[in-house]
Design a protein around this ligand. Structure first.
Ligand code: MF3
Ligand code: CO
Length: 291
């Protein structure tokens, strides 16, 4: 419960305007939705204009790193080489890879190959070969502000089945983005993605989801892609979160490698694909921050 703000006090959003002329009606609307039984965001999940600008600066680096990897990636390269390029490019642009030393994660990126679902650790031993599908997940910290997005890469000629999986995982992002608008619910987006993936015969990982991001690497809310329309957290302008569903060709079940403590695999050994977009809820829809 936050302290009650007086009508003539400065607004919590740091606009410099009085509360009554700024977010008071907005807060009252949220309060009515809470009273109707919904989950609603706290003020600290709503970014100010200034914070959004700084997060966008961080995201410029994140996107540039992904673009650079897109140009460089090729058969015969190790995922360790990719990781080195990520570190070099990020730091040369003044940023720092957010995964490096995060909860003891040892590398500057996550590289997840074929039946690895996510959080793969780059390694000299993982050499890209024709037919592989690879997720490269990049996150950047700049002046304390965070960005996070990932893309899939097909190495050489890939089987039609894997190619389709990568395409549908990509389309899931568009399907989800269409549902991002103020006064909607995260479950609108979650169900849309779930239904789209299942309509193509795929499954969606349940245990791992997206997250708020910007002032921290991982913030509330946690974002599911197995949720139901009209449920989960209310979306309001200023929220920033990721859409990053993990789409499996086979069953949804996963396990974590108990030797490295990080790499997530599909239990049935079938391939998995994931794209990740960082998105801002705006007054009339959404804006892509990093992709
Ligand atoms: N970009 C990944 C995510 O948010 C990073 C996971 S944390 C790590 O899902 F330590 F595994 F890198
Ligand atoms: Co993420």
């Amino acid at each position: 419960m936050s302290r009650k703000i007086g009508r003539n006090d400065p607004c919590w959003c740091k606009s410099g305007r009085k509360y009554k002329a700024c977010h008071q009606a907005f807060d009252e609307k949220i309060e009515r939705i809470r009273e109707a039984g919904h989950i609603v965001p706290d003020h600290d999940m709503i970014k100010t204009k200034d914070q959004i600008e700084k997060i966008k600066e961080s995201a410029k680096i994140n996107v540039a790193v992904l673009d650079y990897i897109s140009e460089q990636i090729k058969e015969g390269m190790s995922t360790e080489e990719i990781d080195r390029m990520v570190y070099e490019k990020t730091t040369r642009m003044g940023g720092y890879p957010a995964t490096l030393h995060y909860q003891d994660f040892p590398k500057s990126s996550c590289t997840s190959l074929n039946h690895q679902v996510c959080h793969g650790i780059p390694s000299e031993r993982d050499i890209l070969k024709e037919g592989d599908i690879l997720n490269v997940d990049i996150s950047t910290r700049l002046d304390g502000y965070y960005s996070d997005s990932s893309r899939m890469f097909c190495i050489g000629e890939v089987s039609p089945e894997k190619k389709k999986l990568v395409e549908v995982a990509r389309e899931c992002i568009d399907v989800g983005l269409k549902e991002v608008k103020p006064w909607g619910f995260l479950g609108d987006m979650g169900q849309a993605i779930h239904d789209y993936a299942y309509a193509h015969g795929y499954t969606v990982v349940r245990e791992i989801g997206g997250h708020g991001v910007g002032l921290e690497f991982h913030e509330d809310p946690w974002v599911s892609y197995n949720s139901k329309r009209g449920t989960e957290m209310l979306m309001v302008p200023g929220m920033i979160f990721t859409i990053e569903p993990m789409i499996n060709m086979g069953r949804a079940e996963i396990y974590i490698d108990d030797k490295d403590g990080w790499t997530v695999y599909t239990q049935d050994g079938m391939p998995s694909a994931q794209w990740e977009v960082q998105v801002l809820v705006t007054d009339d829809g959404y804006e892509i921050i990093s992709y």
